[in-house]
Design a protein around this ligand. Sequence first.
Ligand code: PMV
Length: 343
Amino acid sequence: MKKVIVSAPGKLMLFGEHAVVYGRPCLVTAVSQRMRATIDLLDEPVFQLNAPDVHITNYQKAMSQVGKGGIPRGAKFVEIAVANFYSSSEAKRSREVQNDNSSRQARTIKSNQGIKVTTSSEFSSQFGFGSSSAVTVCVLKSLSELLGIHLSNKELFKLAYKTVLDVQKKGSGFDVAAAIYGGTLYFVKAGKIIEPLQINGLPLIVGYSGSKADTVTLMQQVSEKAKKDSKAIENIYSEIGRLVTLAKIALLEKDWETVGELMNKNQEYLNALGVGSPKLNAMIAASLSEGAFGAKLSGAGGGDCMIALCPVKNKQKIAKAIEKAGGEIINVQINAEGVKLET
Ligand code: PMV
């Protein structure tokens, strides 16, 4: 029976979180820790899932029930991705049949077949490295490979972003873009702009705060705040958007001092949105006191990770200071390769 393995990178938000949900741009980089999905074609019409990282073992249901009924939390992104793939590939194939005969090359999804999905991650789902988006991208890509139904990166983005919105209702799609395209991207919501940037040698340190941020809850909190004072919050989003444009230029010029200043400014705005946390702020302050160019939280806030941009000579000292403030240093390389076939 046929088997396909696909991997996709995790991500770190460099600039622009939250404001990106409201139409401003952001900067995201793909990280070297990867998510992996293995898909086996089965001879019976069942869907099986093993995702030990999110405590799903031997989850199983009839193929005809995929995407329907109660779905355990840890299985949601994978199962909805499978359901979306099957409905969209049916639509795509019937369009192709009408247009020409190219679909004859695509293997049909036979009603007596099923799939077994196994996922594994090189990073903890607690870090906020975008495990849900990465797994969604892996599953869609591996199904397209398994069944010989070609998906362009644009089509893959559309399906993966739809899956993320189906599950969590809100989000910009920046993490989906990082998982697909890799590298460092200038990104506008829903993939309106996905611009790869050549940024090398960014001296970043990543510190994990020890607690998981709930992205949906934090987005909700920010939107509640905006309801009370929409003018002030809109103003913050616009200021963040302006910082992102400046940061893009400074990053391309390798002007780390300016990038650091812009990170600090971005962090002030994130605190004004109410998504900072005492722990993250302590880790950020510790890195700055040991000479970081700048530091900020990365992602939704409230927990997950902070990033600090460091002069190479101060890296050790800064890492120690972050640990002293209660953080855990995560070793990552940025600019990682996007989704790829492993077999
Ligand atoms: O929590 P994370 O790492 O997935 O980051 C969320 C970033 C937001 O801008 C708050 C949401 C989004 O989808 O852009």
